[in-house]
Design a protein around this ligand. Sequence first.
Ligand SMILES: NC(=O)c1ccc[n+]([C@@H]2O[C@H](COP(=O)([O-])OP(=O)(O)OC[C@H]3O[C@@H](n4cnc5c(N)ncnc54)[C@H](OP(=O)(O)O)[C@@H]3O)[C@@H](O)[C@H]2O)c1
Length: 225
Amino acid sequence: MDKKSLMVTIAVLGGTGKEGKGLAYRWANAGYRVLIGSRSSERAVTAASEIIELLEGSGSVVGTSNQEAAQGANIVVLTVPYSAHRETLESVKDLLKGKLLIDVTVPLVPPKVSKVQMPAAGSAAQEAKEIVGEGVEVVAAFQNISYEHLLSEDDVDCDVLVTGTSKDARTEAITLVEAAGFTGWDAGPIENSVVVEGLTSVLININKQYGSTHAGIKITGAKNK
Ligand SMILES: NC(=O)c1ccc[n+]([C@@H]2O[C@H](COP(=O)([O-])OP(=O)(O)OC[C@H]3O[C@@H](n4cnc5c(N)ncnc54)[C@H](OP(=O)(O)O)[C@@H]3O)[C@@H](O)[C@H]2O)c1
């Protein structure tokens, strides 16, 4: 546990769900203080207890509303289905000023989740930037990491592509990617998130055609550190 992690509080909005709970577990395991956000504080408290149980009683994980979680955190991570993306962001946007927002949302349009369908803004992350406005750095990350990898301490052979509104924001997010146990790559400006979000539908296609459940990606031909 490094000193930096002790000073950072991460809110995971929608942290009661599959992807958010897994990321919350990984960050709590790395020593971060984690707030689980939900539309229902009761559900968030239950999710927090489940994570603490997995951590055998160690770790700082507290369940609360999405708004209280966003207010109490330095970094806010959004893990809700795309259908809830705008509504959730609208409900917390005034609490995000000066903070880093990490958007994990993939703009899937059920039932055709294996087909890339981007919103008018270009991508979910660009839409998030439009909604939260000035004073909030937005990063897109983890779209290609299946939740099935997250609720264990196993090493996972998948990389995370990080795009975002500034180099500093991407660097800060890569610290969290590494804390979660993955190799993070600076994949450039937020406009590039369209490729990363779109890759998720490609991976869902691969899962369907090759009988897998958690296909991922790995960068080759470049050295990371
Ligand atoms: N699952 C994966 O493997 C995976 C991988 C990469 C990226 N992602 C992306 O991560 C995001 C979350 O995925 P997930 O599988 O974790 O989703 P999920 O389990 O279906 O939902 C996550 C949470 O979002 C909240 N939510 C659900 N419907 C909502 C609604 N209509 N309005 C407001 N909040 C709602 C719920 O929290 P409360 O009811 O507690 O508020 C729920 O627990 C998605 O955008 C997904 O594409 C998922």
